[in-house]
Ligand binder design. Structure first.
Ligand code: 5GP
Ligand code: ZN
Length: 114
């Protein structure tokens, strides 16, 4: 838990969220400012700043996050989806608690990465 971290506060319930999944290691909730019809975030409960600060000990957790994406996307009614992990300020990361974006729904998603 990091005192000033928005996602740690969502994990602890201090800040409300539209949660779609939770287990002992991770939670998933809808993005407050969605970029697609369906846009949720898969977030570890433990605080890790970013993909760039992950270590070998985080390998299983990262795998779990990635494998949850298709399961939750299917539950949300998505036939296909995009995944995204913004890393560092130059990578577009705004919340420094690692999270996997899952986006889809509506029209075919654009190829653009920007
Ligand atoms: P990043 O740019 O760090 O990859 O993405 C951060 C994401 O978190 C953004 O898409 C933003 O809309 C979302 N976000 C920021 N604050 C909150 C919040 O308080 N609640 C929820 N549900 N999403 C948030
Ligand atoms: Zn945090």
């Amino acid at each position: 838990m990091s005192a000033d971290c928005i996602f740690c506060k969502i994990v602890s319930g201090t800040i409300p969220s539209k949660k779609i999944y939770e287990d002992e290691d991770v939670i998933a909730f809808n993005d407050i400012n969605p970029s697609a019809k369906v846009h949720f975030l898969i977030v570890p409960k433990s605080h890790i700043d970013s993909l760039a600060t992950c270590e070998l000990q985080d390998q299983a957790l990262l795998g779990k996050m990635l494998l949850l994406a298709p399961k939750l996307a299917k539950e949300q009614g998505l036939a296909g989806f995009k995944t995204l992990i913004n890393t560092g300020v130059e990578g577009g990361q705004e919340v420094f608690h690692i999270h996997l974006h899952v986006l889809g729904g509506g029209n075919k998603m654009p190829k653009s990465l920007a």
